[in-house]
Design a protein around this ligand. Structure first.
Ligand SMILES: *Cc1c(COP(=O)(O)O)cnc(C)c1O
Length: 396
């Protein structure tokens, strides 16, 4: 079945729930059973992962959302977490113990790096940061105690592409688990599990929910064995998302393809235009032919998130503020993947003091990240153009 059809039909059971097209919100902690025998059967072994038996283990809404995402990812099972970050941290924690070693891309989502530096370190897990563009070369960094090779493509804020199949091959040759944060492309534009990735994590907060009104993560496993291990871990950690949020995320998912197609097309148009601007040194967006990771993107991905950064010369903060503060359509705010456009002044060095790539800091350049929404693309261009006018005035 094609993705559009899955997006439309998965996670629905109108005749079972009395008729409504959308799975109604089932708010529940307790789920009652008619008999002791049924109560026991519901919760026995891994039956509790499929049956609605207690709110913290999953409601109808969580199961419906997970079913839909799992079918898109072509996985063995999905589970929801309280945030995208929780999906990142819990997936990692599920596969490591004291004395183990983890490989992390240098461009990983900042809070995930903080997690490695604080909590993982405290529990005796060592992290090595690698050049995200290393590809098959990762082989030499894998040690006897390397349990997880973590990946994220493109990298947060700086958009480095990764050769996922090559990294998978090297990691699997050494028995390491590969986790990928696939939030940028989402389950439509890249299918990590089909590329051999073991555990795919996504911030449902972004394109899946798509309306900037909830925070949630989704983890999907490639095999049944990996799924059972990951799901048992999340249950033990008490990871769940509320039925209301699952309802909204599934509602968002229904239109994800049309939203993402439009937002991707608009992002690409604006990225191409920004490349021609004299103010801009570089546009960091893998779908651009000029991007160093473009060939990998073109080989493995069928589209992209509407999120990119531009590199401007080093300048005073008040010049950046002059450009950003006056935008009429680009709101200043964290996160992305919603229907509206956002802008953020990025500081990769703040969450990654020891980033290998030294170029990304305020002493060298100014990094501004744009999330392109569903507004008319000409209106967005005009807003950006006026911003460059304010920037030039501030610099002169
Ligand atoms: C936003 C984001 C996360 C975290 O998601 P939250 O729901 O905000 O916790 C993780 N990874 C990437 C790549 C993200 O952009």
């Amino acid at each position: 079945m094609k993705d559009s059809t899955i997006l439309t039909h998965a996670g629905r059971a109108p005749l079972r729930v009395g008729g409504p097209v959308n799975m109604p919100v089932h708010r529940a902690s307790t789920i009652v059973s008619p008999t002791l025998e049924e109560f026991d059967a519901n919760e026995a072994g891994d039956a509790k992962f499929r049956n609605v038996c207690y709110g913290a283990l999953g409601t109808e809404n969580a199961f419906a959302l997970c079913d839909a995402v799992n079918r898109l990812e072509q996985g063995a099972g999905s589970m929801v977490t309280s945030s995208g970050l929780a999906a990142c941290t819990q997936s990692l924690l599920a596969f490591v113990g004291a004395g183990d070693h983890v490989l992390m891309p240098d461009s990983v989502y900042g809070p995930q790096r903080m997690f490695c530096e604080s909590i993982l370190r405290r529990f005796g897990v060592e992290t090595t940061y690698y050049d995200p563009t290393i590809g098959a070369g990762i082989d030499v960094l894998i040690k006897a105690n390397t349990r997880v090779v973590y990946t994220e493509a493109p990298g947060s804020l700086t958009f480095e592409m990764q050769d996922i199949p090559a990294i998978v091959q090297a990691a699997h040759a050494h028995g390491a688990v590969v986790i990928m944060d696939n939030t940028w492309a989402g389950p439509l534009y890249f299918k990590p599990l089909l590329a051999g990735v073991d555990i795919c994590v996504e911030a449902a907060t972004k394109f899946i929910a798509g309306h900037s009104d909830l925070v949630m993560g989704i983890i999907t496993a490639r095999t049944r064995e990996l799924y059972l291990r990951m799901r048992a871990f999340c249950v033990q950690m008490g990871e769940i998302a509320s039925p209301d949020d699952c309802y909204l995320a599934l509602r968002g998912l229904r239109t994800m393809k049309v939203r993402m197609e439009r937002q991707f097309a608009q992002a690409l148009e604006l990225a191409r235009w920004l490349e021609t601007r004299p103010e801009v040194l570089q546009v960091l967006y893998p779908p651009l032919e000029s991007h160093p990771g473009h060939a990998l993107w073109a080989r493995d991905f069928t589209g992209g998130g509407s999120l990119f950064s531009i590199v401007l010369p080093k300048m005073e903060r008040k010049a950046v503020a002059a450009m950003l503060n006056g935008y009429k359509l680009f709101s200043i705010g964290a996160s992305w993947g919603g229907y509206d456009s956002l802008v953020e002044h990025c500081h990769p060095e703040r969450t990654a003091l020891n980033r290998i790539a030294p170029v990304w800091n305020d002493d060298n350049c100014t990094l501004v990240r744009y999330a392109i929404g569903l507004e008319d693309v000409e209106d967005l261009k005009a807003d950006l153009e006026e911003g460059f006018g304010r920037l030039r005035a501030a610099l002169s």
